[in-house]
Every structure is written in C-alpha cells, then in structure tokens.
Design a binder for this molecule. Structure first.
Ligand SMILES: Cc1cc2nc3c(=O)[nH]c(=O)nc-3n(C[C@H](O)[C@H](O)[C@H](O)COP(=O)(O)OP(=O)(O)OC[C@H]3O[C@@H](n4cnc5c(N)ncnc54)[C@H](O)[C@@H]3O)c2cc1C
Length: 386
C-alpha cells in the first residue's frame, strides 16, 4: 500500500482544518490536509453557511485575531463583501466599534478558491477525495490514518493528528470518548434567483419552540439519517420556492443549493475539560489558547482552554472546530466559524511543536507562539481566573 509521511496530519478541510493546516505549516511542520470532498470550507462553503460571525465582543473589543481574522479577510478576497468600516478605520474608538459587530457575509466560491490558494502558498499538501475510515494506534498514540480513495486505500503516517472532521471521526475511530447530540433539525440554506434578485434563504426548523409538526430530529451519524436529512432539506427548499411563487414571484428558481449536510452538531470529543457558555463567561484559563465573543449577545467574553482541544487517550491527537470538547451551551459558541478558526490555529501550532520536540508543548511556549502569530490573549479583559 502506498504510504505517505508527514509531521502533522490534518483530517478535514472545513474552516477549523484550514486554520490548523495553515498554522502547522507556518510553524515549519510538513503538513497535509485530508478532505473527502473536492473543495475546502465544509459547511462554510459547500454548506452555504456564508456568514462569518463576529470576531468582536459586541462592546467594541476585538477578541479573535490571528488566523480567525485572516480567514475572514480571505473569505472576501475575490469578493463581494466588505468589512464594516469601524473595523477598518485606524484609531476608531471602542465606542465607535461597539456600534457594529465585526462580521461579514462572503461568497462561498470566492472563499473556497482563496483558502486553497492560501494553503498551497504555505506548502500544505492537500488531498481531496480522501475519506478517513480507520486509524492505527500504538502506545496511546496514533501512528497513521487509513484513507479510502477512488484508487484504493492509502496509509498516511504522522507524528501528530488533528481531528477537524466536524463529526469527531478521528477521535471516535481512535477510541476517544465522544458524545452525540441528536438535536439537529431540517435545514436548507440556499440561493434563489428570479431574474433580478439573488437571495440567500436561511431555512431552518426552529430548535426549541414553535417546532412544525412534520419536523424531526437527526443524529447525523448514520447514512440513513444523513441521507434523510439531505432529502428533507431539499423538500424544504422546494416548498419554500413554491410558496414564493404563489406569493407573486413566479420566475423564482433555486440557483445554488448546499452540497453538504446542514448539521449543527453530530459528534464531539468528550475530553478532560468541557468549555461552557453557562459557566465560563469572563473566565480566564491559565492555558488559554484564544479568545472569543458571543455571536448571540453583545458583551460576553470567553477564553478557550487548551484542555478543550486535547484528546484524553491519544497523546498526539487534537479535536478542533465543531468537534472540540464543550458542554451543550459551550458547543453553541465553539461550533461557529470564528471559534473554529481559533481552535484550529491553536491545534496547528501545538501539533507542530509536538512533532518537532516529541514532547507535549509547554503552555507558555504555545501561548507565546500564538501571540507572535497575531492571536489575542489578554487576561486583563477577564474578571475570573481559573
Ligand atoms: C444551519 C446552520 C447554520 C449556521 N449558521 C452559522 C452562521 O451564520 N455563522 C457561523 O459562523 N456559523 C454558522 N454555523 C456553524 C458553522 O457553519 C459550522 O459549525 C462550521 O463551519 C464548522 O466548521 P468545521 O471546520 O468544524 O467543520 P465542517 O465545516 O463540518 O468541516 C469538516 C470537514 O471535514 C470533512 N470530513 C468529514 N469527515 C471526514 C472524513 N472521515 N474523512 C475526510 N474528511 C472528512 C468534511 O467534508 C468537511 O470538509 C451554522 C451551521 C448550520 C448547520
């Protein structure tokens, strides 16, 4: 069997995987990114989730810099879309910045192309059509992952591994404890066109109240369930279009529909420490690897601990993006695009350090490297120390 050897193996090429691969390669690691689809971005491009939620706290303070901010700019590189001017204007006051959140809507095609260009320019080897189906472990370490490709199986050896699959596939295959949260409902983000207007329609059954009688829950971890979610999502889009036609827009049609299932949560790492929205507002963790705001409310601030991205059993495995370790409340913050970039970047640097030194990264070294790379880590913004 054809074998490949890398320092850092990033599994999954959504926003979290892109950030991880970028950070690892910049730290000097021979890095590959394995992706089962044929483009980068996952939900954020193929799933048409084209809203990069805020990098700020809503009260005028930037929380997420580094690759999280770089990818926001990257998403706009080939247009259209602009950063709110209070966030581009030099010397804008905190009060001015509090008037507008630092978020953008981008074009999925532009982001896909720009993200790929960026990774290639940093020397990341990208392999598409590469589905990870198994892992080889020894002495509490992963030694390789097995890929199913169109042309047979391939083995990829690595010194450290990053699970950016969104579904914690790697963690699950490697025997880590995982948790599945079957709280997904029907979704269908799509673009319609009627000859004049191009419109993003963000269809989603409500999660908590006024749930339609024909709505159901989906786990997203069996092919039956995944297939039904895709089928039901497309029916939802058709029903929506039919309604638009009946309401006086007869020329409307679906222009772009998602080619990636719109699951918010499937499976995540149940690691040694759960990040929590409910418990950790304004808490500074001594092992913080990044900071975020709250996309739902202005004001709250959070730091993300290294413990939340570190696997428990396998010493060279990290889980990032929507599959890092968080409780039910915390997951609603860790799953969004900016936080996926934050956890991805930290894991990329940590994995590169681990691969180089063959020992666990020291928190101080990790934090210093992240800060050097533009990540914001400021304990003074927090009121409680943990
Ligand atoms: C309906 C809905 C609305 C949302 N709205 C917003 C919003 O407005 N703004 C926002 O910021 N966030 C939003 N989110 C959340 C956000 O889009 C995602 O959680 C985030 O993009 C996830 O990024 P990720 O990299 O962790 O995972 P994913 O985007 O899921 O990427 C995982 C990648 O891994 C690949 N992969 C998976 N398994 C394997 C395997 N076994 N082998 C190889 N490759 C594999 C996948 O193909 C994919 O490319 C929304 C989500 C949903 C579902």
């Amino acid at each position: 069997m054809n074998k490949m050897n890398y320092d850092v193996v990033v599994c999954g090429g959504g926003v979290a995987g892109v950030a991880a691969a970028l950070a690892a390669a910049r730290k000097g690691a021979r890095t590959c990114l394995l992706e089962k689809e044929y483009a980068l971005g996952g939900l954020a491009t193929l799933g048409l989730i084209v809203i990069y939620l805020p990098l700020c706290d809503g009260a005028g303070t930037l929380m997420s810099g580094g690759i999280a901010e770089e990818l926001l700019k990257c998403s706009l590189r080939y247009g259209p879309g602009d950063i709110p001017d209070v966030w581009t204007k030099e010397n804008a006051s905190v009060e001015e910045r509090a008037t507008k959140r630092y978020r953008v809507q981008y074009n999925a095609a532009s982001f896909m192309i720009a993200a790929e260009e960026l990774l290639l320019s940093e020397g990341v080897n990208i392999f598409y059509d590469s589905r990870i189906t198994d892992v080889m472990c020894k002495d509490n370490r992963i030694s390789s992952v097995l890929l199913e490709t169109k042309f047979g199986k391939r083995l990829v050896n690595g010194r450290s591994f990053i699970d950016a699959t969104g579904d914690a596939d790697l963690c699950w295959l490697a025997g880590e404890e995982t948790v599945n949260d079957s709280t997904n409902r029907r979704t269908g983000w799509y673009f319609s066109y009627d000859g004049n207007d191009l419109k993003l329609n963000t269809l989603s059954d409500p999660l908590y109240k006024a749930i339609p009688a024909d709505s159901r829950l989906y786990s997203g971890i069996s092919i039956e369930d995944i297939s039904q979610h895709c089928i039901d999502g497309r029916k939802m889009i058709l029903n929506h279009l039919q309604k638009m036609k009946e309401e006086g827009n007869p020329s409307i049609y679906p222009l772009i529909i998602p080619t990636f299932p719109g699951f918010r949560m499937t499976r995540r790492l149940a690691g040694s420490f759960e990040f929590s929205e409910d418990k950790h507002e304004r808490c500074w963790f001594s092992d913080a690897i990044g900071m975020i705001g709250n996309w739902k409310r202005s004001g709250p601030r959070y730091s993300i601990p290294y413990r939340a991205i570190k696997a428990s059993k396998n010493t060279n495995l990290f889980a990032v993006g929507r599959c890092c370790c968080a409780d039910k409340s915390g997951w609603d913050l860790t799953r969004v695009i900016p936080t996926c970039a934050v956890t991805g970047e930290a894991a990329g640097v940590a994995a590169a350090i681990l691969s180089e030194n063959e020992e666990q990264p020291k928190i101080q070294e990790l934090q210093e490297t992240l800060v050097k790379n533009g990540v914001l880590l400021n304990p003074e913004l927090f009121t409680k120390q943990i």
